[in-house]
Write a protein that binds this ligand. Sequence first.
Ligand code: HPA
Length: 248
Amino acid sequence: MKAEIGIILGSGLGDLADEYCDEAVDYDKIPGFLASTVAGHKGRLVFAEISGKKVVMMQGRSHFYEGRKMSDITYPIRHLKSLGVKTLILTNAAGAVNESFHPSDLMIITDHINFMGTNPLIGKHEFGERFPDMSKIYNLTDLAQDCANEAGIDVQTGVYMAFSGPSYETPAEIRMARTLGADAVGMSTVPEAIVASACGMSVLGISCIANAAAGVSSQKLSHEEVIETTARAKQKFKKLVLEIISAL
Ligand code: HPA
């Protein structure tokens, strides 16, 4: 199956692929795909036609903190490229570093900070340039903002900083993240964005703010809270993504 738009659905955000599904293939049937071991992540590649566009959705992703190699967690991007994907929408659940953000807000990613301690392009040179320019990696932010306005959805915009996880950050790390210019922190998305951009895709990132990051509120952080809060944002998340698909 071919597709022009790829979407990676993050923690608790997989519903879109249940609602729009013409054909689905389990990751364990696709050589090179690894299913996530994390609650809230299914492991299916779902094909659908939405607003007349051929869309492929990854319902669940695998993460660096699961002990996988960068080349393994970004293999699906290479696969999507071979299916014809030109635009990739990356979604995730994230913790808010910016104190004006609230749980269940959506944040359009304007830029990122790779703090995972490695880079998914390390190794054999496969495609594009050896030293790809990352200065305009998230090149669909204006389109996403226009779509949010059109759909009447309030969105935040900001910088996503990726840590390896799986422990949540300490309050000192979150103060550091803020000093470095981050608005939200998470444990995914950046490796996929780097590989997608390097292989010539347009990239859009949307974070669902699941919690105030460590030290921002006194609440204990938990994956259950992340799943609960993203569930509250599901409807507007879906509406925004559908508006974006139709505008692409
Ligand atoms: N930190 C890192 N990753 C996350 C968080 C967080 O606070 N919330 C959801 N994913």
